[in-house]
Design a protein around this ligand. Structure first.
Ligand SMILES: [Zn+2]
Length: 84
């Protein structure tokens, strides 16, 4: 714990890696090779922190983005129901 002079010890902030606030609107993905992503495009909160579509948990796992799955389901339903 970093203790700052003049502040009570229970207000000291832990020293460690920076954690991006969940609703910061900036992708918090970081890799040793590429560094911080920092994208602000279509960033959403995930349990691991805010992530852009390229770094959301499904993308990192090699699976389709949930929005793409929803689009496919809606298109299949529209086709089934005879709508276009
Ligand atoms: Zn990102």
């Amino acid at each position: 714990m970093a203790v700052q002079p003049g502040r009570p010890v229970h207000h000291a902030r832990p020293v460690g890696p920076q954690v991006t606030p969940l609703l910061a609107g900036v992708c918090g993905y970081w890799s040793a090779a590429a560094g911080a992503c920092g994208s602000t495009t279509a960033v959403r909160p995930y349990p691991v922190g805010p992530r852009c579509p390229a770094h959301c948990p499904s993308a990192l796992a090699g699976r389709p983005h949930p929005d793409d799955l929803l689009r496919q389901v809606n298109a299949a339903r529209a086709e089934r129901d005879g709508q276009s």
